[in-house]
Design a protein around this ligand. Structure first.
Ligand SMILES: C=C(O[C@@H]1C=C(C(=O)O)C=C[C@H]1O)C(=O)O
Ligand SMILES: NC(=O)CC[C@H](N)C(=O)O
Length: 759
């Protein structure tokens, strides 16, 4: 099989290009980073390494092609000694690097084109032979100047000939669609050497087939060049190479006859004896018809009365008896934990990983974030259960969160300084639960503990008993709320401008800027949650009150509209990023919101994150075709209209769908693209403050093999030893953003939560 080398410049679209190459060319692709230590200071080793490939693709990325740190090994491709020469395709940054090497100037565009989808006019020859016009996505703020007249147009023959300044570069395509920027060179080739490049992104979900097919035409030309060079077909791919190959870039009863059903009791064989066993547990459950009048909150109150530990609630908001969003919010989970429940915690600051159960330390070790993830993954693999109701997505399992900083560590961005060692990963192992199906109005009471039938029976009774619903609802009395600190308009607007200057420079394509409001409020967290769920019902409502003997407690009350990722027990993964927000108001009809959300600005914001998430999912081992069943649909929430996309893929054994979560942190909709560089820039622009749980992900990993996590937004959290609630809010900044409008958007996003705290 032929071999293609992909050189990754730390972009968030690289895996999409790699799968495009694999799918279209049926070749094997190896990946190295631009700063690969084996080669960056050793040209001979790099040349010898290249000899093992048929061609190279030099990828896109943040930064400037004249900056060696930004392009690394890509810059060495254009001066290869003849005997090591091989075909190269440069994409975006790779293309700009090629043009720069042969005399072109690199200039800033008047208006950056991040996530813009435009028509490309090409010469119908070479890598565009037999191809119709192209519609393609652009992700650049720099462009190439060949030294031609600015008055070029489609009709001018001069478009297709080299300039005096760059005689070796033959233009192959232009973008004439943008009056402000003028003609933008979109593809070229070298007149003698086997070098081609395109400015646009062939792998984007919005680039059409003609734009993608270019890759096949390029490959035919690359092979032809190789064949003329090695006529006896001593294809380089037959040579053996002993370096380790690189992987892609971090590459029962459906309608129970109410009240009476339970699964066969085979708990005698269940063996949850130690936390380190890997035997399969059995779920013991009963289903209860709750259609009459029971509200989720009444059931939680019943569960609260039966235990001194406050159950966790992952609630799907309901309006007029129907889930707010039946695609993401059909079930509510009441996770009942107690002193016997294991807590797994890790802090990126003190690097300490613990597993505490029943006041006993099961594990206590120094760890990295990678080690913590491995521990959690192994814990989940070792705690599998069977015989739960197939209708229920959660039978028991780990419930908790990964903070934003936990995510930063997974992409090698050092977390900002923080003076206390807060848990960045915190999961509690939930063995008893009640899951409510809001469509069939059924409550499933379940346990994975052995010999625990009596709990199921008594919980079943108490949720059905009329008196169980009488616990006082949240009081409406006014409480003291004092704002300790909050974002400042001038500072925020300056930060938006700082983001935009990085975007114009080419360092990022989109940056999700955020800030936090700190306030004191003495009302009990559960009362606050009850107010919040009424004021802002959401598909990912969350109430968590975590405490264990060895650490500060934590309260979270949340109303997130956004699923980060879910995976089914069969390995079907789904991401649902939200990007694009319009505030509701008397004037704002759905039709008007749709018009705004259909604008270039909003669509570009969303598109960038869709492509970023496709990249994240394409990097999961065992992933099969990644597809986008919904692109930019408008969804309506209590206070806002939002633009939502859905990205799906199936993970097959031996891959694990949980990797779709752990390899995609922090959530792309909270970072911007490319992720790593954007996080570095945001850390600096946001003043080296940690975001904490806000911007992280929260949810569960089920003992049956599934999982569901939301993005932690529209959420407040409080560390018990700190006594201040933190509410984060922000929004994506692009080159088209208006600072004042970004400020308003941030205020809109925190508004409902703040109102609840001020009540
Ligand atoms: C940053 C927040 O929201 C994120 C940003 C959005 C946007 O820019 O439109 C939409 C949803 C979230 O992914 C927030 O709510 O604080
Ligand atoms: N997508 C890219 O490769 C971008 C290249 C370069 N950083 C620019 O903005 O123009």
């Amino acid at each position: 099989m032929s071999r293609v080398l992909f050189i990754d410049a730390y972009d968030s679209f690289s895996n999409n290009i790699i799968s495009l190459i694999r799918d279209h060319l049926l070749v094997s692709v190896e990946v190295i980073k631009i700063d690969d230590l084996r080669f960056i200071l050793n040209d001979d080793a790099f040349h010898q390494y290249l000899d093992h490939f048929d061609a190279v693709v030099a990828g896109p990325g943040p930064g400037h092609p004249s900056n060696l740190n930004d392009i690394g090994l890509i810059g060495k491709l254009w001066h290869l000694p003849d005997e090591h020469l091989l075909p190269v395709l440069g994409i975006c940054l790779g293309f700009q690097s090629l043009a720069l090497a042969f005399g072109a100037d690199i200039e800033r565009l008047k208006e950056p084109r991040h996530g813009m989808v435009t028509p490309i006019t090409h010469c119908r020859r070479d890598i565009f032979e037999g191809t119709n016009d192209i519609i393609a996505t652009q992700y650049h703020s720099l462009h190439i100047q060949l030294g031609k007249t600015p008055f070029l147009d489609e009709a001018s023959a001069a478009c297709w000939t080299p300039s005096e300044k760059c005689p070796a570069l033959i233009p192959l395509a232009w973008d004439f669609s943008d009056a402000r920027n003028g003609p933008v060179l979109s593809a070229l080739r070298h007149e003698m050497k086997p070098y081609w490049g395109v400015q646009y992104h062939p792998e984007s979900v919005c680039t059409d087939e003609n734009g993608r097919n270019m890759i096949e035409r390029w490959w035919q030309r690359a092979l032809r060049w190789n064949n003329s060079r090695f006529p006896i077909s001593s294809s380089p791919s037959t040579a053996s190479f002993d370096s380790a190959p690189m992987t892609p870039v971090d590459a029962a009863n459906p309608h129970p006859d109410r009240k009476v059903l339970s699964n066969r009791l085979s708990q005698a064989t269940s063996s949850l004896k130690s936390l380190d066993n890997n035997s399969t547990m059995n779920v013991y459950w009963k289903a209860f018809d709750i259609s009459s009048a029971l509200e989720t909150i009444d059931i939680v109150n019943a569960a609260r009365m039966s235990s001194k530990y406050k159950p966790i609630l992952l609630e799907s908001g309901v309006r007029d008896g129907k889930p707010l969003n039946s695609e993401t919010g059909r079930f509510s989970i009441i996770a009942v934990h107690d002193a016997e429940s294991a807590h797994i915690r890790f802090s990126t600051k003190d690097r300490h990983l613990v597993n505490i159960k029943d006041d006993n330390i099961i594990a206590s070790q120094e760890s990295t974030m990678a080690g913590a993830i491995e521990y959690v993954e192994k814990f989940v693999a070792d705690h599998r259960a069977q015989a739960g109701s197939e209708n229920v997505p959660f039978w028991g399992g780990l419930v908790g969160f990964f903070s934003y900083e936990a995510g930063l560590e997974t992409i090698n961005v050092a977390p900002p300084f923080c003076d206390s060692a807060r848990p960045d990963v915190w999961f509690v192992f939930v063995e008893r639960s009640i899951v409510i199906d809001h469509i069939t109005n059924t409550a499933y009471v379940q346990t994975i503990r052995s010999d625990d039938i009596s709990w199921v029976d008594s919980m079943g009774k108490s949720i059905l008993a009329p008196n169980s619903t009488t616990q006082a609802a949240a009081s409406h009395s006014k409480t003291q709320c004092e704002i300790r600190s909050e974002p400042n308009q001038d500072v925020y607007c300056e930060q938006v401008c700082a983001c935009q200057s990085r975007l114009r420079r080419g360092s990022s394509y989109e940056l999700c800027l955020t800030d936090q409001t700190l306030l004191q409020q003495s009302t009990a967290p559960w009362d606050l949650y009850q107010k919040l769920r009424r004021a802002n019902p959401a598909p990912f409502g969350a109430y968590l009150d975590f405490k264990d003997q060895k650490s500060a407690g934590l309260s979270i009350v949340g109303s997130s509209p956004e699923r980060f990722v879910s995976w089914s027990r069969q390995g079907q993964c789904q991401f649902r990023p939200i990007k694009g927000t319009v505030r509701k108001g008397p004037e704002m009809t759905r039709a008007k919101a749709e018009e705004i959300l259909n604008s270039d600005k909003e669509q570009a914001e969303n598109l960038m994150i869709v492509d970023l998430i496709r990249h994240d999912l394409n990097g999961v081992p065992g992933i099969e075709t990644v597809h986008v069943p919904k692109l930019m649909c408008v969804e309506e929430y209590e206070t806002v209209f939002q633009l939502v996309s859905v990205i799906e893929g199936q993970v097959s054994a031996p891959g694990s769908p949980m990797a779709a979560l752990t390899r995609s942190l922090p959530p792309g909709s909270m970072t911007g693209a490319p992720k790593k560089r954007s996080c570095e820039l945001l850390k600096e622009i946001e003043g080296q403050r940690s975001r904490g749980i806000y911007s992280g992900v929260l949810g569960y990993m089920d003992v049956g093999g599934g999982g569901d996590f939301s993005v932690v937004i529209r959420t407040a959290f409080k560390w018990a030893n700190e006594d201040v609630w933190r509410i984060g809010a922000g929004g994506a900044v692009t080159a088209l953003s208006e600072p004042e409008a970004e400020w308003e958007e941030m205020l809109t996003k925190r508004e409902r939560l703040l109102d609840v705290f001020k009540l």
